[in-house]
Design a protein around this ligand. Structure first.
Ligand SMILES: [Zn+2]
Length: 326
């Protein structure tokens, strides 16, 4: 498996040796002929690079979670299942689709693993915690400051491969879970509970560069960092969240709003202008059980604590039971 394209390999060879482009083409073509086209041209380029003493740095086939970074493709690793999340249904291009996710970990850290392929989703339906997964060809994305590993149609997933094991999982950056009644200002924590009241979605004008709120000045909009910008509408929603110890107002921004409501931005704009649509939305959302990560902040104007979310997901019933029994 080569992590570099043919063009990238060629570029590297030309950069690190004295061979000309023409000579290199000749060498690669004759290598392809010599091996009767049994190898790909990338493969031939690698062999030629070796012959020329040019080291092609490739990402090792197997990584530790700590070393997987957003933007990486063709990631391979072996990890242990730590937590299984509920498979969600959604509609894409008018078709029903599903997405499944779980938390996996190894000796170096943990990450969320996301599955989009129906065959793969079916293959994990009997998965248990502590099962071992061997993953090939995954890609890594960033989501709200956390890296996520995604599997596509061409990725491979092997459950409990023979002879593979994972040591003690290092749980890092795992946020502490707190009862809402125990929250203090500036706590970065995880809370689990139920949506008990939902307020109408709103939009505010934000800098397209950094996402911060912009100020209207003389008919233009100014960002503190990026000066005059053409703002974009960013959705915001508030709801009351209760975990049976207390409740708190939660504030959600941007993608998390769309994520919670399972709506597009356009649909949200419509809801803003339609009390009927908002009532319907409310009845869908009230009672939803969520796991929310974020930070407790003090709203000075109202002298109350609020929770600014940076990650939400539907709570797993097992987790809710564990929280209640504590
Ligand atoms: Zn800005």
């Amino acid at each position: 498996m080569y992590n570099l394209t043919y063009e990238q390999i060629i570029e590297l060879i030309l950069e690190k040796s004295v061979i000309s482009k023409e000579e290199l083409d000749v060498k690669i073509n004759s290598k392809l002929k010599e091996l009767s086209d049994l190898i790909s041209k990338e493969g031939a380029a690698h062999i030629v690079a070796n012959e020329l003493g040019v080291k092609i740095v490739t990402i090792p086939k197997t990584l530790k979670i700590r070393d997987v970074l957003p933007g990486m493709r063709l990631v391979g690793l072996t990890a242990k299942v730590i937590n299984l999340y509920e498979t969600r249904e959604f509609v894409r291009n008018g078709k029903k689709a599903r997405v499944s996710s779980m938390l996996i970990g190894d000796e170096s850290g943990t990450t969320r693993l996301v599955l989009w392929d129906e065959t793969q989703i079916n293959s994990v339906k009997d998965l248990k915690e502590s099962d071992i997964l061997k993953i090939r060809g995954a890609y890594c994305k960033e989501n709200n400051g956390y890296k996520e590993l995604h599997l596509g149609n061409n990725s491979q997933l092997i459950i409990n491969p023979e002879g593979e094991s994972v040591g003690d999982v290092l749980v890092r950056q795992q946020l502490i879970r707190k009862n809402i009644s125990d929250l203090n200002e500036n706590d970065s924590v995880e809370i689990i509970g139920t949506v008990v009241q939902l307020f109408e979605p709103r939009f505010y004008e934000a800098c397209p560069e950094c996402g911060k709120k912009v100020k209207p000045i003389d008919g233009t909009f100014k960002c503190d960092t990026h000066n005059t910008v053409i703002p974009k509408d960013v959705p915001l929603i508030n709801f009351f969240f209760d975990d049976s110890t207390a409740n708190i107002r939660v504030v959600l921004f941007r993608d998390q709003v769309l994520n919670l409501l399972e709506k597009t931005e356009d649909e949200l704009q419509e809801i803003k202008n339609s009390p009927e649509k908002f009532d319907k939305l409310k009845s869908d959302i009230l009672g939803k059980q969520l796991l929310i990560r974020g930070r407790t902040t003090k709203n000075e104007m109202f002298n109350r604590l609020e929770f600014v979310a940076n990650y939400i997901q539907e709570a797993n019933p097992v987790e809710i039971a564990q929280t209640l029994s504590k």
